[in-house]
Design a protein around this ligand. Structure first.
Ligand code: GLA
Length: 745
């Protein structure tokens, strides 16, 4: 692995066994992008890749050299005013009103390892030993404007991963006003790509949408104050012919949980400019002399092994070098959550009877969801004070938790610490702690208002309140929820000139509270949540190793949601529960087996009234729980392969393979039953071609397990596994099949 600087040609080459990323200092001092893709040999120069052309109307950088135009040069971090007229990476206004910026190379450093992001609170990927990565920092400057930009690149040794971010500094008089500060810019030399994005809404998050690139701007974004249900801070560019298994794809993922923009801007000469970062709309950050601003980190993954190759890289990096803490590498406890079992209507006796049944069935963690604090019998009140409701829990959180511990269960608790309801003591005593402009009525969402997390005093107060609940209480797990989009982004604590910084500071406040809590309670497993999956992003994953994937718990809906989520996020990060049938979101009836066979590919649990299942259902749950306990290392930490897309038709399939390829679990799902259907074969992936596997079809519902077959890995991957139905009429709709593969030698 190497980051080389070829002094003579002024060329940087970041390369490992998988990728090459090449750019150079141009004669004009700008950084010109030459190549990003599959690894190529290092050579002293790649100057033949530098191209520009005279085009009528363009502005030339050197007098009398009409072909040297920044408009037509592929750049690493373009600005406005020196000839590039595309959307820039950086747009700032100097005190004299000038937006002209012309950044030239000054110096660079190359060092082993990967330092945390400057400034403290922004999450980022990390290394555990300096040999795992190397970091290049290139400093650019515009002397007249007093602006410096550090472009920071980290190349991981063993992964096709380059991370990028920028640090903008100011040394001038007065204040520099940053209006747009993207995390990175990448100019690719052609436009023959499909853009892949994750799109959705509440209860149908992260559906995969693919569209061919066209000239002009295309992209995804959020202006909701969170990364959102609607789009994810991710996009990929894949070649037209790329599939799940073959072909080139470039992934771009932003480690950030707030407003973001991710876009591809294709110019008339087919150059594709990819940028990603904090959304410029409403963003404005003032830098005074000596101050610096750090952008969020973007994670660039290259794959020539199709979309699965890209996803597996993200899974490995995000699971092991973004997530952190005691729970990172541990299999996740099987939980039961009382939300869909009781909603707000519970008392301790009811909870304990659910918990008792859960324990009897082998479940390990009981999660008490919304409604345990005063003023909270529906979603119209109570958020903010965090006072225990002794009417519901006579012995408090502590007493309830102790009872669970005595039963041998772990104890989990729901909180929504960023919000406040009108009428609470917090609301009455600190009206200025709510995001709103004085004199203007703030907007409600789910009957609640947003606390001003850009104000450190608010975060400190909430931290102290939560500590008074958690200190001494036997809490093992926290579900941190966030249930509305942010409006009225105005902080009473900030000067007028600082209002454009409020939403970014808000997210930094969220990260800070996560840090304070995870430092004080390192043993607690955190699960993030935002009305289901409105903040399922890498920033949150750095705070909490798992996230509630969606409020939609229907098994059929979940196929698409989990399939889409797996494009970037590891199985261990996806909270996935078996819920009641008929399902509470779509009213669909599916078998308990189908529901479990979808949810086991996630951080597994139940979210239904276990006491109402009947003896047969309870016995099935006990078997499912035992099965997950036996296989969760493989399920949660194996290599995940998507085999058949639920977006393409009536079937879906995926599998997970042990790191040493000694075992695998394959799941295939048939949504609607078919009559007299054709033969079915599922081609598996990721197995050892030379080893013999015993393949056992696991019993599903009433159906008995079939006789195992043995087959070599190559047979299973090339000829396929026969999955033709034997008796469709007996199975009905929404069918799942599970196959366990174990090496037979
Ligand atoms: C959100 C969450 C749910 C549940 C409720 C409680 O909708 O996504 O899982 O916790 O809030 O109010």
């Amino acid at each position: 692995m190497a980051i080389e600087f070829h002094r003579e040609s002024q060329t940087f080459h970041l390369h490992n066994a998988f990728v090459s990323y090449i750019f150079k200092v141009l004669p004009s001092g700008h950084l010109g992008q030459l190549y990003y893709g599959r690894a190529i040999h290092d050579r002293p120069d790649f100057d033949h890749l530098f191209e520009t052309a005279y085009r009528s109307m363009s502005v030339c950088y050197f007098d009398g050299e009409p072909a040297y135009s920044l408009e037509h040069i592929k750049q690493e971090y373009p600005t406005c005013g020196a000839g590039d007229i595309h959307l820039p990476a950086l747009d700032a206004q100097a005190p004299n009103g000038s937006r002209l910026l012309d950044l030239h190379y000054q110096s660079h450093t190359i060092a082993p390892g990967k330092p945390p992001l400057e400034g403290g609170e922004l999450p980022s990927t990390y290394v555990e030993a300096p040999e795992e990565a190397a970091t290049l920092t290139v400093t650019l400057a515009d002397g007249l404007a007093g602006v410096t930009v550090d472009l920071v690149y980290t190349l991981y040794e063993a992964l096709p991963v380059i991370t990028r971010h920028a640090v903008i500094g100011y040394t001038g008089e007065g204040a520099l006003r940053l209006d747009r500060a993207m995390s990175f810019c990448l100019d690719l030399p052609d436009m023959d790509y499909d853009m892949v994005e994750l799109t959705g809404a509440w209860a149908r998050e992260r559906h995969i949408v693919t569209r061919p690139l066209a000239h002009g701007v295309q992209g995804v974004y959020s202006l909701r104050g969170c990364s959102s249900h609607h789009f994810n801070p991710f996009l990929a560019l894949k070649r037209r012919e790329t599939t799940e298994f073959l072909g080139e794809v470039y992934g771009f993922s932003l480690v950030y949980s707030g407003n973001f923009a991710a876009q591809a801007d294709v110019d008339p000469y087919h150059v594709t400019r990819v940028t990603m970062g904090i959304h410029p709309q409403g963003f404005c950050w003032h830098l005074h002399r000596g101050e610096r601003f750090t952008t969020p980190e973007a994670v660039l993954v290259y794959s020539d092994r199709g979309l699965n190759g890209m996803s597996q890289t993200y899974h490995q990096l995000y699971r092991t070098r973004l997530a952190r803490g005691e729970w990172r590498d541990k299999v996740r406890p099987i939980l039961v959550n009382n939300w869909e079992a009781t909603y707000f209507d519970f008392n301790e006796a009811k909870l304990l009877s659910l918990a008792g049944e859960a324990k009897r069935l082998g479940i390990e963690l009981f999660v008490l969801d919304d409604g345990w604090f005063t003023g909270r019998n529906d979603d119209r009140g109570g958020l903010g004070d965090w006072q225990i409701n002794y009417g519901k829990l006579p012995d408090g959180i502590r007493g309830f938790g102790e009872k669970l511990h005595e039963m041998g269960l772990l104890f989990g608790l729901w909180i929504e610490p960023e919000m406040v309801n009108a009428g609470t003591a917090l609301w009455n005593e600190h009206p200025d702690w709510v995001l709103h402009e004085p004199g203007r009525r703030p907007q409600q969402g789910r009957f609640q208002y947003v606390l001003d997390y850009s104000n450190p005093a608010v975060v400190d107060w909430i931290f102290a309140r939560l500590c008074s609940v958690l200190d001494g209480a036997p809490v093992d797990y926290i579900k941190w929820d966030m249930n509305r989009s942010i409006s009225d982004a105005y902080s009473c604590a900030a000067a007028g000139s600082e209002q454009g910084a409020v939403l970014h500071r808000y997210i930094l406040g969220v990260y800070r509270l996560y840090r304070l809590l995870t430092e004080r309670y390192p043993h607690i497993l955190f699960e993030s949540c935002a009305s289901g999956g409105a903040r399922f992003d890498p920033g949150m994953l750095a705070c909490a190793p798992q996230c509630w994937t969606s409020d939609d718990t229907d098994a059929v809906e979940r196929l698409r949601i989990q399939y889409g989520t797996s494009l970037v996020y590891p199985v261990s990060s996806m909270g996935a529960h078996v819920a009641a049938a008929p399902n509470h979101q779509v009213g669909r009836m599916t078998s308990l087996t189908m529901r479990a066979n979808v949810a086991i590919f996630g951080a597994f649990g139940y979210e239904l009234d276990l006491t109402a299942l009947g003896a047969h259902g309870q016995e099935l749950v006990a078997r499912q729980v035992a099965f997950v306990k036996q296989h969760r290392q493989l399920l949660q930490f194996g290599t995940f392969w998507r085999l058949q897309s639920p977006f393409a038709g009536n079937e879906a399939a995926w599998m997970t393979v042990a790191p040493d390829r000694s075992a695998a679990l394959v799941a295939q799902y048939l949504i609607l039953q078919e009559v007299n259907a054709g033969y079915r074969r599922l081609r598996l992936a990721g197995l050892d071609p030379d080893r013999l596997y015993r393949v056992t079809r696991l019993g599903s519902g009433a159906r008995a397990a079939g006789q195992p077959i043995t087959a070599c890995g190559d047979e299973l991957m090339r000829a396929g596994l026969v999955t033709t139905d034997e008796d469709p009429a007996s199975e009905g709709d929404f069918v799942s099949r599970l196959y366990l593969l174990e090496t037979a030698e």
